[in-house]
Design a binder for this molecule. Structure first.
Ligand SMILES: Nc1ncnc2c1ncn2[C@@H]1O[C@H](COP(=O)(O)OP(=O)(O)O)[C@@H](O)[C@H]1O
Ligand SMILES: [Mg+2]
Ligand SMILES: [Zn+2]
Ligand SMILES: [Zn+2]
Length: 631
């Protein structure tokens, strides 16, 4: 990288962000690009939409804006976007506080953080460009300078929407500094930034009795009060509360329901009337999105409290449950691990998946349906096709559940346990068995669960372990079959010859004796049975294979080992059951002979080169498979 060039480009970008001019010049800009004056909800809505959308298999809209950061929360995100969509059109909901409610560690804070970081980015680009009156402590919209008497004409002639009034400081400046010459008042482009307290604020409740309301709405400026003499002079006031500085953007109100009532009433006025009541001044207009979060029990207490009715009315509640899709859970762990000190340790294949299976099991509700247990539900939710189940069943399961995802184990807990398994000396790799052990050991110290839950979680660990055992058998089988690839190919061709003869009602030529023979029913069945093709379905299955062969042939391609996924699986299974004893002996013997050693090395190399193993976990896998097979 050419650092000097990059620095120049960087400076150029920064210069572009530093526009300054008069209100008259700003008015030119805003009449050409009204979006620069869009209100806070609309800005956030457009920011998210500009990143693009797609659709989830469940029919929810997927918002690319959250890609790589939030996984498996499409449904809550869609609800959040419904709020922003209506609010962007200035419907009544924009006057409500967005409250995210869900279990600890479920991603609520992350969602809000993404909105904040997003706004910072967006305001640096062209589409999200935003301007403010230069000396305004609340960086307010310059259009507020237009006197009310003129607004109606301006709005209709330039199709602009103007809302809100000047803050006390700007009003004072207009009269006393600029002598009423509004057109000359300086305006500049701003960049929203939490660090520089521009358009993004955070309020964290502390001790409710001693916390000062000034943190929210600003307060008397003791250094200037002596000069200006009066408390009602706007120069004697600091408009630097979180609500003041978050004007134009977003304020995050951490754990809103823990805050003292005094704070909630300020919020109530802000959301209802878009005004902040500050010191001795009349209401100050503010335009900002208020987002907060809470957990379920606090929310229940809040709803049960009659005193809070007025505020309840001003809230849009979005439930943010834990993710319930195993593959998304794996992505969450990958994200968290990549941000941690563990990124140089090898994580054996299936490890995160098995930990995810455990985590999701703790979050699922038992279905009332007869033929479905938690593990099946987990697989259906994850998009696996199970026989006899359709996507319609997934929806029914979701509707049947009452508060699924609101309890269970959080992603952070899982990662903490994995980390503690990893900090042991000299560990270079961790596999699924290590992970399950770490999770099991952690249950003793987990304070959030009772005895009964603990027993249940131990069962879930065993269930996850059984899933792993199946995966291991399959994986080792594949790796062994690979080292018997030649045999696999022969078996496949043999099967295909027979299928062809069977479907065309012809004979098969025996390669050794050159005799014509009837198709070998036993051989065909022994393969088909491996994947559960019944006697009745055999004919259709063979015809399907034949059609595949001829349609490939038409395109000049030949049918091979990888042309038909299920047939491939059948061949592998057949071969494996023939090989079973070989594998058993090879993987469980302590003193392999030369031939066995060669085979093991081939399999280990295969696991390393194409299946993501390192030497440690590849050998571990074979040892484990050996013990499974010799049970
Ligand atoms: N669905 C999810 N997608 C991505 N990351 C998640 C998800 N759920 C939790 N996390 C991660 O877990 C950690 C805890 O989440 P956090 O946002 O602090 O939860 P909350 O505020 O709900 O307690 C964060 O690092 C977050 O990135
Ligand atoms: Mg949080
Ligand atoms: Zn102002
Ligand atoms: Zn490894």
């Amino acid at each position: 990288m050419d650092l000097v060039k990059r620095l120049e480009a960087y400076r150029e970008r920064e210069r572009n962000l530093k526009w300054e001019g008069t209100f008259a010049q700003y008015f030119e800009i805003v009449t050409h690009r009204p979006a620069v004056a869009q209100l806070s909800h609309e800005r956030i809505y457009n920011m998210i939409m500009d990143a693009g959308t797609g659709a989830t298999p469940q029919g929810d809209t997927h918002y690319n804006f959250f890609d790589g950061e939030i996984f498996g929360l499409d449904h809550p995100l869609q609800q959040i976007m419904e709020y922003f969509h209506s609010a962007a059109q200035r419907l009544e909901v924009r006057k409500r506080i967005l409250l995210l409610m869900g279990p600890v560690g479920g991603g609520k804070s992350t969602i809000v953080a993404l909105l904040k970081r997003g706004l910072e980015e967006y305001s640096r680009g062209d589409d999200g460009a935003i301007y403010a009156i230069r000396d305004c402590p609340m960086h307010e919209e310059p259009l507020h300078l237009i006197p009310h008497a003129l607004r109606e004409d301006v709005q209709s002639e330039f199709s602009l929407y103007i809302e809100g009034d000047l803050c006390p400081r700007c009003r004072w400046n207009v009269d006393n500094v600029y002598g009423g010459k509004i057109e000359e008042i300086p305006v500049h482009r701003i960049v929203l930034s939490e660090k520089s307290r521009t358009g993004i604020g955070t309020f964290t409740p502390s001790d409710p009795k001693s916390q000062d309301i000034a943190e929210l709405v600003g307060g008397i400026d003791l250094s200037t009060i002596g000069e200006v003499g009066s408390e009602s002079d706007p120069r004697a006031y600091r408009f630097d509360g979180e609500l003041n500085i978050a004007n134009r953007g977003l304020v995050e109100f951490i754990e809103i329901l823990k805050a003292d009532e005094r704070f909630l009433y300020v919020l109530l006025t802000l959301s209802q009337e878009q005004n902040i009541k500050t010191g001795r001044f009349s209401m100050i207009y503010a335009d900002e999105v208020v987002v907060s979060h809470t957990n379920e029990s606090e929310y229940a207490a809040f709803v049960g409290n009659r005193k809070s009715e007025a505020l309840q009315d001003r809230i849009i509640l979005v439930k943010v449950p834990y993710n319930l899709r195993v593959s998304d859970e794996v992505r969450i762990y990958e994200k968290l691990l990549s941000q941690s000190a563990l990124k140089n340790i090898h994580i054996a294949p299936h490890t995160l998946r098995i930990a995810s299976i455990f985590a999701v099991l703790t979050r699922l509700e038992e279905s009332k349906k007869q033929n479905i247990n938690r593990m099946k539900k987990l697989k259906l939710y994850d998009g696996e096709d199970l026989e006899d189940f359709k996507s319609k069943d997934v929806r029914e399961l979701q509707d049947e559940a009452e508060r699924e995802g609101m309890d269970g184990i959080s992603p952070r807990y899982i990662i903490n346990r994995l980390s503690s398994a990893l900090v042991k000396d000299n560990i270079t790799c961790i596999n699924a068995i290590d992970a399950l052990r770490a999770l099991r050991d952690g249950l003793d110290q987990h304070t959030g669960i009772n005895r009964e839950q603990r027993e249940q979680y131990l069962d879930f660990i065993s269930e996850s372990r059984r899933e792993y055992d199946e995966m291991v058998k399959k994986e080792v089988q594949r790796a062994f079959v690979y080292s018997y690839e030649e045999s696999a190919r022969t078996l496949l061709n043999n099967y295909l010859d027979n299928v062809e003869a069977y479907c065309n009602k012809t004979k098969v030529r025996d390669p050794i004796t050159d005799e014509d023979m009837e198709p070998d029913e036993r051989l065909m069945r022994s393969i088909e049975e491996q994947i559960g093709v019944s006697q009745n379905a055999a004919k259709a299955f063979r015809e399907e294979i034949l059609i595949r062969i001829s349609s490939l042939a038409r395109r000049g391609q030949t049918f091979d080992y990888n042309s038909h996924e299920r047939l491939k699986e059948a061949i592998e299974k057949k071969l494996f059951s023939d090989l079973r004893d070989v594998v058993k002996i090879t993987t469980s013997t302590r003193t392999p002979d030369a031939e066995q050693l060669k085979r093991i090395n081939e399999v280990v190399n295969r696991l390393i080169s194409s299946h993501g193993y390192c030497p440690v976990c590849a050998n571990e896998l074979l040892r484990y498979a050996g013990s499974l097979l010799s049970r």
